[in-house]
Design a protein around this ligand. Structure first.
Ligand code: NAD
Length: 536
């Protein structure tokens, strides 16, 4: 039941302007220029642990520059973190929902003001985001997740069964029995904040393993929560080696759920481990995973070429194509292709790749040496393929950072691997279809990739939009009409996809929060029956 104030539907946090010359831009430049290396500890039960097992984090666009040192926990410490999470779980669940929401609101205010510049700078340096990409993530979306999760938790708690004069019924929105293991990806600082706090606001205690690459920005998020009054041990920040930390979490009988965002391969492996171990757990763990994408942009012959080419530039190359929602396959009709390809070439030639501290930069570096090598190999293979035409870009270089030019290939075979597999980089594959083959193209899109996360349809004909929406019913969890497939806003486009893209539990919405509760329904009878015989 709800106690405390009813919160209004939140507004999305407005973006700050970091235009050159503004105070915000000056503060940001200072933060980016700071040379001290930040120590990121493990935090168990509120205690900071600095270990000998230190992992250096380097700026991907300047890999000689060490920006943070992660102090990784050992196996015994991960076990201790789990024990800590369990030891405070009763107190945390007993705290009123209003108090748990208040902590999220306070943390949102702290990040919106005092932490704003520093968390953006950490996201820019650790994850190689420009400020145009960092601010909507570590600035706005993180704050939105906190405010909307608080609002939506109240909405869930308000959902109550019918009562009658002789009996009252109520749903007690209990947390899960055990701890939740939150495993977050590198590409959005905000996602780590959501994966850890969504279960927490519903009364769960959490073991949070961030990605190594985002651990610095995620640690600032943890610190804001702590400053906002999050009790020690409710979220234990454990930036441990992935396989070891997961093995220890999986081995605990108390594992009640996994809140994961990352690649499909890792999520599938977690699912298999839990399934293989299912009898060992006290409760059947809840598995929530939002994973990869091979997101499409489809243009109909009636579409506007400018709108299509601009959407492709932004959605395929924003943050170097390292968004789960990034456009990575496009279907363009023959009649539009000359104009769309001309505009793509022209715009991509202007687009600056380099240091994210430079306000003119559109794309920083890809996240790691491994990602750079994978993209370099994929581009080389495509260049050597006679069925593939290079339309733009195609260069990669590894000094001073892991850079990849925005690259567009046109494929002859619509089922080419470039149209199927997630590369997670700035590579867009285009298939040009005959204008008359619209119906077949819809079926093709639906059957080409195993992912189903986001997709866009551009058309100025209502009937074409209607038909495409119907045929592509299961091809995307987030579908955009005449808009790019990236940039979902919390509260406006609850996010998640089906098929190999995950469990589609819609991050930032009440649907996700319901997964972190094991409700108990209580009936209180005001008039116990006094006769065992039925009345005829
Ligand atoms: P990743 O799968 O490599 O890593 C995600 C998390 O899992 C990290 O914390 C990592 O340390 C951990 N991990 C890695 N290997 C592991 C293992 N063997 N066992 C246990 N944990 C392991 O993903 P990433 O590179 O950080 O992120 C990119 C991926 O995330 C892309 O596939 C992208 O599409 C996806 N993503 C999806 C969404 C979505 O909402 N659908 C959002 C963001 C990113």
């Amino acid at each position: 039941m709800i106690s405390g104030p009813q919160l209004p539907f939140p507004a999305n946090e407005p973006e700050w302007s970091f235009a050159p010359g503004t105070d915000a831009a000056k503060q940001l430049q200072q933060a980016l220029a700071r040379r001290e290396i930040v120590d990121v500890p493990t935090v168990i039960g509120g205690k900071r642990l600095y270990s000998d097992d230190v992992l250096e984090v380097r700026a991907p666009h300047d890999h000689q520059r060490v920006v943070a040192r992660i102090h990784r926990p050992n196996e015994a410490q991960v076990k201790e973190a789990i024990a800590n999470a369990r030891s405070v779980s009763r107190d945390w669940a007993d705290l009123s929902l209003a108090s748990r929401c208040a902590i999220l609101h306070r943390a949102a205010e702290i990040i919106a003001t005092r932490y704003r510049v520093d968390i953006n700078a950490a996201t820019m340096l650790g994850q190689s985001k420009t400020i145009e990409e960092a601010e909507p993530d570590s600035g706005c979306e993180l704050i939105d997740f906190f405010r909307f999760n608080a609002y939506n938790a109240q909405k869930v708690h308000a959902e109550q069964p019918l009562s009658v004069p002789s009996a009252a019924n109520r749903t007690d929105w209990r947390p899960l029995e055990g701890f939740v293991y939150a495993v977050s990806p590198f590409n959005f600082t905000a996602i780590g904040g959501n994966l850890s706090t969504a279960p927490a606001v519903m009364g769960n205690t959490v073991l949070w393993k961030p990605s190594d690459k985002s651990a610095w920005a995620n640690y600032l998020c943890y610190e804001a929560l702590e400053e906002a009054g999050l009790p020690a041990g409710v979220i234990n920040f454990v930036p441990g080696e992935a396989e070891m930390t997961t093995r220890v979490a999986m081995a605990s009988q108390e594992l009640a759920g996994i809140h994961f965002t990352g690649s499909s391969a890792v999520f599938n492996s977690l699912w298999k481990q839990v399934a293989g171990n299912v009898e060992h757990y006290r409760s059947i763990p809840r598995l929530v995973g939002e994973t990869g994408g091979k997101d499409f942009v489809l243009a109909h012959a009636s579409a506007n070429a400018d709108a299509v080419s601009i959407a492709l530039v932004r959605a395929a190359f924003g943050y170097q194509g390292q968004k789960c929602s990034a456009a990575s396959r496009a279907y363009i009709p023959k009649s539009l292709w000359p104009e769309v390809s001309r505009q793509l070439r022209e715009r991509l030639a202007e687009l600056q790749v380099g240091d994210v501290a430079d306000p003119k930069t559109f794309m920083g570096a890809v996240i790691s040496e491994a990602s750079h090598a994978k993209l370099t190999n994929a581009i080389a293979a495509a260049k050597a393929d006679s069925g593939v035409e290079l339309i733009s870009g195609g260069r990669t270089w590894a000094d001073p950072g892991y850079f990849v030019e925005p690259t567009v290939f046109r494929v002859q075979d619509p089922k080419h691997l470039l149209m199927q597999e997630e590369l997670f980089g700035p590579v867009l594959a285009v298939y040009v279809y005959d204008d008359s083959a619209w119906d077949e193209t819809l079926t093709l899109i639906d059957g080409t990739s195993r992912y189903a996360l986001t997709g866009s349809i551009f058309s100025n004909e209502r009937a074409a939009l209607h038909q495409a929406e119907a045929v592509l019913n299961f091809a995307a969890g987030n579908l955009y009409l005449n808009d790019k497939p990236t940039g979902a806003m919390v509260g406006q486009q609850p996010f998640g996809g089906g098929r190999a893209s995950g469990t589609n539990d819609k991050a930032g919405s009440f649907i996700n929060l319901m997964r972190w509760s094991s409700p108990r329904v209580v009936k209180e009878n005001y008039a116990p029956v006094r006769d065992w015989k039925f009345q005829l």
